[in-house]
Design a protein around this ligand. Structure first.
Ligand SMILES: NC(=O)c1ccc[n+]([C@@H]2O[C@H](COP(=O)([O-])OP(=O)(O)OC[C@H]3O[C@@H](n4cnc5c(N)ncnc54)[C@H](OP(=O)(O)O)[C@@H]3O)[C@@H](O)[C@H]2O)c1
Length: 323
């Protein structure tokens, strides 16, 4: 593990330090254990030490592949900070043929959260998670029940730190008012082509759609409350619509990415990473590639500090406006 290479950030209130770029294993279930081992060793060699998962990725198979790959690799459990998420339930047997997904629900009940963590630990072959997140807000959330689950998970040593994903600031405030543990992470969608978090701060008090505050001022809220934001799908546009890098649908963005990449002697992936890490909130970028070459290229962005003009050039080239 060469943790001297990549920039480190403090997560939340600072008790955990981690590489600013992390590996998400959502797509790992499609890989063999040996391929996954190669991926883990490649990124660890570059200083990446944070892994993000969720119990639903490939219906749990991503966690099985990860667990076996870790065991077979040269890495030790303690070399990595391992996070997973739960709270989304997919019951495929209830999904109807016409595509109506009645088999999906959110479940933050104490029973479900405790069972879900046991499942994660068993699939990954671990004794504990460094971090556990509630995956997506559940309107039926009973905060006291979540508090009991968190206490039990912490007391049993199964989870060290807690956070959320896709929450707005009011939802975090509500949950934080009930749980003893400091919520240290909110994992949210953010890329050059998915910028509502940023747009709403630029279009304050205007009539354009961009002015809509969809998260309760999450950038400022997280910074002020010492909550680390993790950016998921850093190279995607829409909800898993595809990658914007080298995509002919986005010629202007790719042209500017290429020009900036050439200046720093890196690839477009690195610049798309650096565009996120340039924000003052020390956002952690969660990469989803399963290609060691793409991963190495993407990681290089953590240590690049774009100029202000480059950051704005990229924002505009991605099709956003400035008033
Ligand atoms: N909290 C949530 O609700 C939530 C939702 C979604 C995801 N996540 C987390 O975020 C992680 C990342 O999500 P993501 O996988 O959507 O992120 P991503 O890194 O934006 O996308 C990964 C995809 O982009 C492709 N890619 C990367 N660079 C490329 C290039 N230069 N040319 C062509 N294709 C390229 C990868 O293909 P290759 O493998 O071929 O490189 C892979 O298919 C997930 O693993 C998961 O941990 C969280």
């Amino acid at each position: 593990m060469r943790d001297d290479i990549m920039r480190e950030i403090s997560l939340g209130n600072g008790e955990i330090k981690a590489s600013q770029v992390a590996l998400g294993i959502m797509r790992m279930g499609a890989k063999s254990v040996t391929e996954a081992q190669n991926i883990l060793e490649t990124v660890a060699d570059q200083g990446l030490n944070f892994i993000d998962s969720a119990d639903i990725y490939h219906d749990g198979h991503s966690e099985e592949v990860f667990g076996q790959a870790l065991k077979q690799s040269s890495l030790k459990r303690e070399d990595l900070i391992i996070q997973s998420k739960a709270g989304i339930v997919l019951e495929h047997s209830r999904t109807t043929a016409d595509g109506l997904v009645f088999g999906k629900r959110y479940d933050f009940s104490k029973e479900h959260l405790l069972t879900a963590v046991d499942g994660i630990l068993s699939r990954m072959g671990l004794d504990y998670l460094d971090s556990f997140l509630l995956h997506r807000p559940d309107p039926l959330m009973e905060v006291d029940e979540v508090a009991e689950a968190f206490n039990q998970l912490q007391a049993s040593g199964k989870v060290r730190a807690f956070g959320v994903s896709n929450f707005n600031s009011r939802q975090i405030d509500l949950l934080q008012s009930a749980v003893d543990q400091k919520l240290i992470i909110n994992q949210v969608q953010l890329s050059l082509k998915h910028t509502p978090l940023i747009d709403q701060g630029i279009f304050v008090n205007r009539f354009e759609d961009e002015a809509s505050d969809r998260t309760g001022g999450m950038l400022e809220y997280a910074q002020q409350n010492k909550i680390t934001l993790q950016a998921w799908s850093p190279y995607q546009y829409g909800m898993f619509k595809g990658v914007f890098i080298d995509n002919p649908k986005f010629p202007e963005l790719n042209q500017v990415l290429q020009a900036v990449a050439a200046k720093y002697g890196v690839t477009k992936n690195a610049i798309a990473t650096a565009w996120i890490t340039r924000l003052p909130q020390d956002i952690q970028v969660i990469l989803g590639s399963m290609n060691p070459v793409h991963l190495k290229e993407s990681l290089a962005g953590a240590d690049i500090r774009l100029t202000r003009q480059e950051w704005y050039d990229l924002y505009l080239a991605a099709g956003h406006q400035l008033p």
